[in-house]
Design a protein around this ligand. Structure first.
Ligand code: MRU
Length: 368
């Protein structure tokens, strides 16, 4: 990922070796400010307040958070407390529990004195794995985009619609849904992305448009309700989104509103792809309707935040005082509406058999 032409990852080990550094996404795109996480509580707060967000980045931040917690208390009780505290900050993205379990599995057998250093190393490996995983997702998705480009008139752009932010801001680098787009753009395929603004928090308008522009990919922000219209008028070739949890049968939880885009894509005969790393598959849940759906504050619906005329970042009310609002943050797209799951191992049919064909080691029950 590039910010002002300089290559970064979204999270990295602080220079002191006892902290983690990321960018505060609540300030983007108006201010690019690194934040230093110095304690387990800092990491937990950053996840809860969405200074970091996006399933893979939540996982990577939790891994560093656990390492920070072990600096404070490396006993068995301290380990259990940090895991429990971090895990409950956001319930839907399975990457959070996955990353904590990766680190716990490494450090639990060790003497407490060795645990923190091992946890930092484990967090670093989770980040490296995420970068390579997203790169491979990009290669598999690029093959799909090449096929679509080959069927278009020479010079016509491939038109992609995406929802929320499943880009490098949501991961460690590349992104999941955006990796194929970046690779296609870099390969010389003419690309254009319709970016759903993604109310209530506007991750599309604030984050996806920002990072696509930073990579030089042409994009246009649209109101969330515009996608179906554009599809009906032949202005979308494919949809690619990310996900917070895919269940063993291929159902997909993602940012609220994703389901409606899948319905519109199906009605218009358009491919609807979901890009995901292995860390987002929940093999323990049979179908998507068992996924816990995060309910967030009504304030996110009743207020909009952004840059005010004086340059400050603030929020304004958009409803009358006392108005009630509900804010389910994710929805579930049934597997039958998903054309394919783009993983680091290839493109799977969205079904139990499709996933197991790519992850045969999961055929026998494995606890994690
Ligand atoms: O609430 P958010 O911003 O964390 O939601 C993020 C999404 O829904 C992303 O699409 C998902 O985490 C995939 S990120 C590669």
């Amino acid at each position: 990922m590039k910010i002002d032409g300089k290559h970064y990852r979204m999270i990295w080990l602080g220079e002191d070796g006892r902290s983690a550094v990321t960018f505060d996404q609540t300030l983007l795109p108006h201010r690019v400010e690194p934040i230093v996480l110095r304690s387990m509580e800092d990491a937990a707060r950053a996840i809860l307040t969405m200074q970091v967000r996006g399933a893979p980045l939540i996982g990577a931040t939790a891994a560093y958070g656990l390492a920070l917690g072990l600096l404070q208390d490396a006993s068995d009780a301290g380990l259990a407390y940090s895991i429990e505290h971090l895990a409950r900050q956001r319930p839907t993205a399975i990457n959070l529990a996955w990353a904590l379990e990766q680190v716990r599995g490494q450090v639990a057998p060790m003497p407490p004195a060795d645990r923190a250093a091992a946890a930092f190393a484990s967090a670093g490996r989770i980040c490296d794995d995420d970068v390579e995983t997203c790169r491979r997702i990009g290669e598999h998705g690029l093959a799909i985009i090449r096929d679509i480009a080959a069927r278009k008139q020479p010079g016509d752009r491939v038109e992609v619609l995406t929802h929320c932010n499943a880009g490098w801001l949501a991961c460690v680098d590349w992104g999941t849904a955006t990796a194929p787009i970046y690779m296609a753009h870099d390969a010389g395929i003419s690309m254009h992305v319709w970016v759903d603004e993604t109310r209530p928090r506007n991750q599309g308008a604030a984050l996806t448009a920002f990072e696509l522009a930073a990579h030089g990919v042409p994009c246009t922000v649209i109101a969330d309700n515009a996608g179906g219209h554009l599809m009906q008028h032949g202005r979308v070739d494919m949809v690619i989104v990310g996900t917070d949890r895919v269940t063993a049968n291929g159902d997909v939880a993602n940012k609220i509103g994703t389901y409606l885009k899948a319905l519109a894509a199906a009605d218009n005969g358009l491919p609807f792809y979901v890009a995901l790393p292995h860390s987002t598959i929940d093999w323990t849940i049979a179908d998507g309707f068992r996924i816990p759906i995060e309910e967030r504050s009504a304030d996110e619906v009743l207020k909009v935040s952004g840059r005010l005329p004086d340059g400050a970042i603030g929020s304004v009310e958009i409803a009358a005082p006392g108005t009630r609002a509900a804010n389910p943050a994710f929805d579930v797209t049934p597997a039958r509406l998903v054309t394919g799951l783009i993983t680091e191992r290839g493109v799977a049919k969205a079904s139990r058999e499709g996933l197991l064909a790519l992850y045969p080691e999961r055929r026998s029950p494995v606890s994690r």
